[in-house]
Ligand binder design. Structure first.
Ligand code: IPD
Ligand code: CA
Ligand code: CA
Length: 268
């Protein structure tokens, strides 16, 4: 792996500045109460005025600092670019937590080039924590290097997961969890995919899996996990795709993937 170039670090600096700016606006706004809460894909998939405001802040900031780059944002931002760089934004990951004033929400910003994820930031305002990575440069939490739990053992793994917004998928996913929970230490459901992934990266969780995510959920945190020594992929061991996301230390990745597949097929 080659060392990160100054260009990647400069992109990360822009991402970090904008994530902090947007996060501060959302955190301040949340203290004053929410005004405009609507639903999106299902009756439980919510969006607030701060999801939209955060995306605006980040998009405006990218367009002024990096006018040639492409941008994709969860709340609708789409800008074609002429450079090799694409930014992918989840302005508030964990909107349900944000709505209920739970601390587990983040501003997530990833930048990719033709070779994949290049730089990423997951900023968690309520905890004062900022996870960052650049390709080939390791991962950090508030500037200190982080590593996933390299000594993890499957039978004693603390595994986070998430559930989709549509009810039939949630039922199937809960059934899957019920079929594997006796084979690991325990399960957690925190409600923000990017934070789940970063917590694997820093060893607060051993592993995490979820399906039916979107590119913005993983754009930053996939890189953060891999730069922290973790492995990411789908449930069959192929490359990570938002439809199936598994993150774990290399030592337990294949075992956990097999457990998930067995639970899906009703064996355990
Ligand atoms: C959601 C969160 C949640 C996950 C959902 C995501 P949002 O993102 O990451 O943890 O279970 O699948 O859609 O809607 O809060 O940005
Ligand atoms: Ca999200
Ligand atoms: Ca979101």
């Amino acid at each position: 792996m080659t060392a990160p170039d100054a260009g990647a670090r400069a992109l990360l600096a822009v991402a970090e500045r904008l994530a902090r700016e947007a996060g501060a606006v959302a955190a301040d706004g949340r203290r004053g109460g929410l005004l405009d809460v609507r639903t999106k894909t299902t009756a439980t998939d919510m969006v607030t005025e701060y999801d939209r405001a955060c995306e605006r802040i980040v998009v405006d900031g990218i367009r002024s600092a990096r006018p040639d780059d492409a941008i994709v944002g969860e709340e609708g931002a789409r800008h074609a670019g002429t450079s090799p760089y694409t930014w992918c934004i989840d302005p508030i990951d964990g909107t349900t937590n944000f709505l209920y004033d739970l601390p587990m929400w983040a501003v997530s910003i990833g930048v990719a080039d033709d070779d994949g994820p290049l730089a990423g930031v997951v900023h968690v305002p309520a905890r004062g924590e900022t996870f960052t990575a650049v390709r080939g440069g390791g991962a950090e939490l508030n500037g200190d290097p982080i590593r996933c739990n390299t000594g993890a053992v499957l039978e004693r793994a603390l595994v986070a997961t998430g559930f989709s917004y549509d009810a039939p998928s949630r039922v199937r996913q809960a059934l899957r969890v019920s079929r594997m929970i006796d084979r690991i230490r325990d399960v957690r459901r925190f409600g923000a995919a990017s934070i789940d992934l970063c917590w694997v990266a820093c060893g607060r969780l051993d592993a995490y899996f979820e399906e039916n995510l979107h590119p913005w959920d993983v754009a930053a945190a996939d890189l953060i996990v891999r730069e922290a020594g973790g492995r990411t992929g789908d449930f069959a061991g192929g490359p990570l795709r938002p439809a199936q996301v598994l993150a774990a230390p290399p030592a337990i990745f294949d075992g956990l993937a097999a457990l998930i597949r067995d639970a899906d097929s009703g064996h355990n």
